[in-house]
Design a protein around this ligand. Structure first.
Ligand code: C2E
Ligand code: CA
Ligand code: CA
Ligand code: CA
Length: 279
């Protein structure tokens, strides 16, 4: 225990575990960063597999830490999810995405849709529909320019409730994307029932395309089913020319990954929009 002013002693450190103290500190730091507006968005292009034409982009949040520099989301999104701060952070991401689109449009750039990541807690409790509607309205954004990326964990649970929520989002006119497909338990038929527009196949599957026929066969099966269900299919994490050429042969609709471009700040994204064809 340590002295804290006039004869008052604080014992709290001794009965809180180190990890709890650490968690509270991280939560405080995150709260402060939100107040200080230290978050920025980077953008990663998605392109047509056959032509390399820019089709859309994904907004990916980064923390501009005054001492640590650019902090990647995996270091703070889980804390934000644990503490509920993801609701505030998620709203910020939606606001920034809409504001950026409006700015690009005002600059006369040939804008493409932006897809926004929405975490499960945010989907279930975050008024995403209302926030999106208000932001699109405020910035004059056409709903066709917005996509919402949901993981399979968002679609778990009560089918009625999930499809109700999804219908609510869709009624705004935004696109619905399933993120990290293949890492959860949703079936393609369930996804069709839920009327999703785009399936983003997890990077773990893309990686297997370099290693023989098995990975290709699996990917091919996903592509042909998605095609039959009229769902657009995107391969995530494409890093090599070899992976790209396999995906071209399989008729996978779109690709995203370092082979095309890493996530970039807004200025570089503007340049990519002007370039239009990225390979
Ligand atoms: P994600 O939604 O699956 O985003 C794709 C991640 O893969 C990004 O990591 C991206 O930089 C990375 N990536 C893209 N292409 C490649 C590649 O070719 N190779 C490899 N190795 N990686 C690639 P990032 O930006 O670090 O984001 C990590 C995760 O953090 C995201 O995964 C997403 O789950 C979460 N996240 C990011 N921004 C947000 C946000 O605004 N809201 C929420 N809820 N989650 C976010
Ligand atoms: Ca995503
Ligand atoms: Ca993903
Ligand atoms: Ca197709």
């Amino acid at each position: 225990a340590k002295a804290a002013g006039k004869g008052r002693y604080h014992f709290y450190q001794s009965h809180l575990s180190d990890s709890l103290v650490l968690r509270i500190n991280r939560e405080q730091a995150l709260r402060l960063a939100i107040e200080r507006d230290e978050f920025v968005l980077h953008y990663q292009p998605r392109v047509d597999t056959a032509t390399g034409r820019l089709s859309s982009m994904e907004a990916l949040v980064r923390w501009m830490h005054p001492e640590r520099g650019l902090v990647p989301p995996l270091e703070f999104i889980p804390i934000a999810e644990d503490t509920g701060l993801i609701l505030t952070l998620g709203r910020l991401v939606i606001e920034k995405s809409c504001a950026q689109l409006a700015q690009w449009k005002a600059q006369g750039l040939p804008v493409v849709p932006v897809s926004i990541n929405v975490s499960a807690l945010q989907f279930n409790e975050g008024n995403v529909r209302e926030i999106l509607a208000a932001c699109m309205d405020e910035h004059g954004i056409d709903p066709s320019l917005i996509g919402v990326e949901l993981t399979e964990s968002c679609m778990a649970g009560d089918d009625e409730k999930v499809s109700g929520e999804l219908d609510g989002l869709r009624s705004l006119g935004v696109k619905l994307l399933v993120d990290d497909f293949g890492t959860g338990y949703s079936s393609l038929s369930q996804l069709q029932r839920l009327n999703v527009d785009v399936l983003k196949v997890d990077r773990a599957f893309t990686v297997t395309l370099d290693h023989g026929e098995e990975g290709k066969a699996l990917f091919k099966a996903i592509v042909s089913m998605a095609d039959a269900l009229d769902i657009c299919i995107v391969a995530e994490g494409v890093e090599t020319a070899e992976q790209l050429s396999v995906l071209q042969a399989l008729d996978c609709d779109e690709v995203q990954g370092h082979f095309v471009s890493k996530p970039v700040p807004e200025g570089e994204m503007a340049a990519l929009m002007l370039k239009r064809f990225l390979f």
